[in-house]
Write a protein that binds this ligand. Structure first.
Ligand SMILES: Cc1ncc(COP(=O)(O)O)c(C=O)c1O
Length: 464
C-alpha cells in the first residue's frame, strides 16, 4: 500500500469507528476476553490488512475519551486544533532538541513559553516543555537541589548534609518518585497534614521545618500543590511565601490540574494569588484545557538554571545553536514535538476562550455539588473546594465495597467510566469535569444513571 492509500484508509477507518460515531464511552472486555480478541501473538510478517484489523480493534476497545460519560481522569477527548497538530507532528516526525532539526517547533515552543511566563508573571524567567507534571516536579526539585548544594552536580550527595523536601500530605505521588530519583530519599520527603479544606497546614509545616533544621537537615524545597489530585485543594501561596522569607527554601507550584485557573482573571485571583512570586511553576495543558496528551510546561522565575542543571555541556555532536537548541535545557536528548498542537490550540481558542472554558467547568462543578446535596441517594464526602467533586452513593453498610461495585457495574454496562479516589478511608467518586461537551443536562443524565443503577444494585445486595 502506498502512503496516500494508507492515509485515506486511516480516515475511512476512523469514520466508521465508535470514535467517530460516539455511541458509547467504552466497549468493556475483561483482560482474558480482550487478549483473545486481539491475538497479539501472531507470528512473522503481518500485512496491511492485518495491521488495519489491529487499528480497528484499538479504536473499538479503547475508551472513547471524548464521550460525555468518560469521567475517569483529568482529561477527556482533545481539542481539534491540537489533534491536527498531532497528526502533522506524527507525519513529519522530528526531534525538538535542536533548531536545525525542528526550526518551526522550536520557535513555537519559545513563543508559547514566553506567553506563559507573561501569564504567570515571571518577569525574568525561563521554561521548557517537559513530558508531564511528574517530570516537571522532579526537574524543579533537581534545580532547587543543585542551587542549595552546588557541588552536587559533580560530587553527588556523598558526605553532604541531608536534604529535606516538604509537601501537602495529599500531594501527587510524583513527588515520591522525584525524591527517589534525585537521591533525597523518601524518608526525607516530609508530608504535612492538611487543614480541613485540604490545603497544607502551614503552622504544622513551620514546626516541621524548625524540627528539621534543629536536627541539622537542609530545608531546600517546598511544593505548593495548586489543585490537589483528589480534593482539588489549593495550598495557600501567600502563607508559603511568608515561610519562604523566613526559611529560604525553593517554592515550587504544582499546578498540573488546578493551574488552569491561570487562564481566568477571576479564578486566578481566587486560587493563585501571588503565583508570580513562586520559584517555579508547572501546569499540564493536556488536562483541563484539552490539548492532546502530553502537553506540559515548567517555568522558572530565574534564568539559566535549566541549562546548568540539565545539560552536561556536551555540544560536540549535536548542539550548534546554544540560544535556540532547546535540548540544552532538557533532560532528554530526543524530544517529541509538543509545541505545534499547543500553539494551534492557543491561537484558536485564545486565553479568552480558555478562561470561559475553565469558568464553565467551575460553574458545572458547583451545579454537580448542588445536585448531590439535594439528592437523597448521593452524598458529598468532602466539601467542594474548587473543581473536584468527591461524592458517593449512600448505603448503611459496606459503603466502599458498594461504590466499587456500582462503578464496576456501570463500566460493564458500558454506560460510564467514573473515577475513584480515597479521602481518608472513604472510597469516593471523583468527578473532574474536563469535557467541553458536558453541560447541566448531560451531567444530570449521568447522575440519574448512577442513581438508577445504584438503586437496583442495592435491591439485590445481600444484607450483612
Ligand atoms: C497535582 C498533580 N501533580 C502532578 C500530576 C502528574 O501529572 P502528569 O500526569 O502530567 O505526569 C498530577 C496528575 O494527575 C496531578 O494531579
Amino acid at each position: 500500500m502506498q502512503e496516500n492509500e494508507i492515509l485515506q484508509k486511516i480516515a475511512q477507518t476512523l469514520q466508521q469507528s465508535n470514535f467517530k460515531t460516539n455511541k458509547r464511552p467504552i466497549d468493556y472486555q475483561s483482560v482474558d476476553a480482550l487478549s483473545k480478541i486481539l491475538d497479539l501473538n501472531k507470528q512473522g510478517y503481518q500485512d496491511w490488512e492485518q495491521l488495519f484489523v489491529w487499528i480497528r480493534q484499538y479504536l473499538e476497545y479503547s475508551p472513547n475519551t471524548k464521550h460525555e460519560n468518560f469521567a475517569n481522569r483529568m482529561w477527556s477527548g482533545a481539542n481539534l486544533p491540537s489533534i491536527a497538530g498531532e497528526i502533522i507532528t506524527a507525519l513529519s516526525n522530528t526531534s525538538a532538541c535542536t533548531f536545525e532539526s525542528a526550526p518551526v517547533a522550536t520557535l513555537m515552543e519559545v513563543y508559547m513559553l514566553r506567553q506563559m511566563l507573561t501569564l504567570v508573571g515571571f518577569k525574568n524567567g525561563e521554561g521548557q516543555m517537559t513530558t508531564g507534571s511528574s517530570n516537571a516536579n522532579m526537574i524543579a526539585m533537581m534545580v532547587a537541589r543543585n542551587q542549595v548544594l552546588e557541588p552536587v552536580k559533580k560530587e553527588g550527595l556523598f558526605g553532604q548534609k541531608p536534604l529535606f523536601a516538604f509537601v501537602n500530605a495529599e500531594a501527587h505521588y510524583s513527588l515520591d518518585k522525584a525524591v527517589n530519583i534525585l537521591g533525597i530519599g523518601s524518608n526525607n520527603l516530609i508530608k504535612i497534614p492538611t487543614f480541613e479544606n485540604g490545603s497544607i497546614d502551614t503552622t504544622a509545616l513551620e514546626k516541621s521545618i524548625q524540627t528539621t533544621q534543629n536536627k541539622g537537615g537542609i530545608v531546600f524545597f517546598v511544593c505548593a500543590t495548586l489543585g490537589t489530585t483528589v480534593r482539588g485543594a489549593y495550598d495557600n501561596i501567600t502563607d508559603l511565601l511568608n515561610l519562604k522569607k523566613r526559611y529560604n527554601f525553593w517554592l515550587h507550584g504544582d499546578g498540573a490540574w488546578g493551574g488552569a485557573a491561570l487562564m481566568s482573571k477571576k479564578l486566578k485571583a481566587k486560587f493563585l494569588p501571588n503565583v508570580d512570586q513562586l520559584d517555579s511553576f508547572t501546569m499540564d495543558f493536556h488536562k483541563m484545557l484539552g490539548s492532546n496528551l502530553m502537553c506540559n510546561f515548567l517555568l522558572l522565575n530565574h534564568q539559566n538554571l535549566l541549562s546548568f542543571t540539565c545539560c552536561n555541556g556536551d555540544n560536540s555532536y549535536i548542539f550548534r545553536n546554544l540560544d535556540y537548541d532547546l535540548g540544552t535545557t532538557s533532560l532528554q536528548c530526543g524530544r517529541r514535538v509538543d509545541s505545534l498542537k499547543w500553539f494551534l490550540d492557543w491561537k484558536f481558542y485564545t486565553q479568552y476562550g480558555f478562561a470561559k472554558r475553565v469558568e464553565n467547568y467551575y460553574a458545572l462543578a458547583k451545579f454537580a455539588e448542588d445536585f448531590i446535596n439535594k439528592s437523597t441517594a448521593l452524598e458529598m464526602v468532602a466539601k467542594r473546594f474548587s473543581f473536584n467533586v468527591c461524592f458517593r452513593f449512600k448505603t448503611a453498610h459496606n459503603t466502599n465495597a458498594f461504590n466499587q461495585r456500582l462503578r464496576d457495574q456501570l463500566h460493564k454496562e458500558q454506560a460510564t467510566l467514573l473515577s475513584l479516589g480515597y479521602i481518608g478511608k472513604q472510597l469516593v467518586f471523583r468527578l473532574l469535569i474536563s469535557n467541553i461537551k458536558l453541560d447541566k443536562f448531560k451531567l444530570t443524565q449521568l447522575f440519574e444513571r448512577l442513581i438508577t443503577t445504584g438503586t437496583q444494585l442495592k435491591k439485590i445486595e445481600p444484607t450483612p
